[in-house]
Design a protein. Sequence first.
Length: 152
Amino acid sequence: MHAKRIASILAVASMLVGSLIGTATEAAAYPQVNVCGSSYGSLKQYPIVDPENGYRVGWIDTYYSSATGKNCAIARGDDSRASGFTHIDVMIGLTSQVGWAQEDGAFQNYTKYAGPVYVYAPGNTCIDVASNLFYDGYLEKQGLGTATQVRC
């Protein structure tokens, strides 16, 4: 009887530990969330990659609103390969113009996401998006994400 009780307690403890570990992993990644506005539909996600190891450490999410003629971008970290985000920024602009139309996150120390940033680009006007993402606290590594000629 005593052995069955111990086995039962160990089985329940094992399930609890497994569910806690699973919950912590799932809760760590910042999900794709449309903060651009209700008229914006998701276009595509572009990876933010650490150039040293090739790991995807985040995403640039792009959106478009036919009602406003604007594109929107958000950059966010991805905890599946990296953690300890200390800085995230995002930029958006027209491919046909030099420089960025809008930036967010520079000197802000965002740790979840940067953006939204917008550019007026109706129809099939090409846009560029980019992001920098620093992670791992004191041993900072950098992820870089760039997508050119988005939604041409």
